[in-house]
Design a protein around this ligand. Structure first.
Ligand code: UDX
Length: 437
């Protein structure tokens, strides 16, 4: 151990457990300043990392990982060996189980292994999204293995978004540190001082709940604006203007007020369920989140019904689907709205040709053999009865829509994210259908 609160040196040693989104981004960002070892359990992923291959699509991440490795400050290893490390960041996954609760096996397994070789003075930082009380359990597990070594467990939830993960990690709105011990909080805060970010210190249980509350609130904003969109559509009002009009009130804000097909991805669906489950376990029924989930599910059903209504039935139609990733700038398809939509289209008798700028053939195969994955956006629209935009990749804003107009069988566009230029499309002769406008 080589530092006190204000004297962190480049020889500060950090272990990052887990080479997923959060682990790799955390490791790459800290390796700008400190010595970081990332521990990855999967042999295949570790091989990739050691060979200099970035296993996930995240803008800027391959370059930052390479920079870290070339500087000698970043390395990758398999078996967990955290002796003589100043900080151990737990960045393993906490997926949902059947009942909606967060699965904590990976956290507890890592805690066991950490306890086996932790040195006195180490701070274990739980970055994974974990239910309230998990840090205390992690502390007990490590203590049971640690043979008297003194250590601290601190909660430090991560708020990065896929697609802008590095920027979010380097310039967060805040860093939340939940600690029982003030000196441990100070030492972790000192680690972040290089990033010059606002820090909020609280206890571990509060920090754990802050993470769930933040994601649940953002999901609520999305479902709220989607409900307004549905009413706006019935009243012939443009919801995007309503969103701007209310978003100008700084108490409300415009962000996460983009109506569309609802939220997907690896976090919102799972974290909303986990918070509902936490409430249930404490005999509280979180009615608002039940509604948030139901609205999110209903949003895609309504969209499919709209396509069906406009086309006069889906049986025998050909649909071009633009975008498969759950959001732009990622190749992640976990809980992507696209998967559900495409399945519904196929079940209703449509032939689907899908295009995504980065989701590769292999990942898209999960959609089933009925779906043809196209290598370019123009190929997907040949003979199509409609173009359906599901993920708002920037590329889709800059396509040659007069060419697309010529290639399609029927000039109809369903814009599931309200991002296309309606006036331009209508000028070209397309019938345009957005969400709530
Ligand atoms: C989210 C949180 O933003 C982040 O703080 C947390 O750490 C992890 O979960 P992420 O899932 O990567 O990040 O992406 P985000 O940009 O939040 O989008 C989540 C989903 O909400 C996407 O499906 C997106 O399309 C949808 N969304 C977002 C909307 O439908 N409307 C919006 O206005 C914003």
């Amino acid at each position: 151990m080589n530092e006190t609160a204000n004297t962190l040196s480049p020889t500060t040693r950090i272990a990052v457990v887990g080479g997923g989104y959060v682990g790799l981004v955390t490791a790459a960002v800290f390796a700008r300043h400190y010595a970081v070892t990332t521990f990855e359990k999967s042999r295949a992923r570790l091989d990739q990392l050691q060979a200099g291959v970035c296993p996930i699509y995240e803008p800027g991440l391959p370059e930052l990982l390479q920079e870290g490795v070339e500087s000698g400050r970043l390395s990758f290893a398999g078996p967990l060996s955290v002796a003589q490390h100043d900080f151990v960041f737990l960045c393993v996954g906490t997926p949902s189980n059947q009942g909606g609760a967060a699965k904590l096996e990976a956290i507890f397994e890592a805690a066991q292994a950490i306890g086996g070789n932790i040195s006195s003075g180490t701070i274990v930082v739980v970055k994974s999204t974990v239910p309230v009380g998990t840090c205390d359990r992690v502390e007990r597990i490590i203590a049971s293995q640690a043979g008297g070594a003194s250590f601290h467990v601190v909660a430090n939830p991560e708020f990065l978004r896929e697609g802008s993960a590095i920027d979010d990690c380097e310039h967060p709105d805040r860093v939340v540190i939940g600690a029982r011990d003030a000196e441990a909080a100070d030492r972790l805060a000192a680690l972040y001082r290089k990033l010059d970010v606002p820090i909020f210190v609280c206890d571990t249980r509060t920090a754990e709940l802050i993470k769930y509350a933040a994601n649940a609130f953002l999901a609520t904003k999305i479902s709220f604006i989607n409900e307004i969109a549905n009413i706006a559509e019935a009243l012939d009002v443009d919801v995007t203007e309503v969103a701007t009009g209310i978003g100008l009130d700084h108490r409300i804000g415009r962000e996460f007020m983009s109506p569309g097909l609802g939220y997907g991805g690896s976090c919102f669906p799972k974290d909303v369920q986990a918070l509902r489950h936490m409430a249930r376990s404490n005999r509280y029924r979180f009615r608002l989140l039940e509604a948030v989930t139901a609205v999110n599910r209903q949003q895609r059903v309504r969209f499919v019904q709209k396509v069906e209504r406009v086309l006069g039935g889906l049986q025998g139609t050909a649909l071009a689907v633009y975008g498969l990733a759950f959001k732009p700038n990622t190749n992640d398809m976990r809980k992507s709205v696209s998967v559900d939509l495409v399945r519904r289209f196929v079940r209703a008798g449509s032939e689907v040709r899908a295009y995504d700028p980065v989701v590769c053939d292999k990942a898209a195969r999960a959609l089933g053999p009925e779906v043809r994955i196209c290598g370019d956006p123009y190929e997907a629209v040949v003979g199509a009865d409609a173009l359906v935009l599901v993920t708002e990749w920037d590329q889709f804003l800059h396509l040659d829509y007069s060419r697309i107009r010529e290639l399609t069988r029927r000039p109809i566009v369903f814009d599931g994210r309200n991002v296309l230029d309606r006036a331009l499309l209508e000028g070209l002769g397309f019938a345009y259908y957005g969400v709530g406008r």
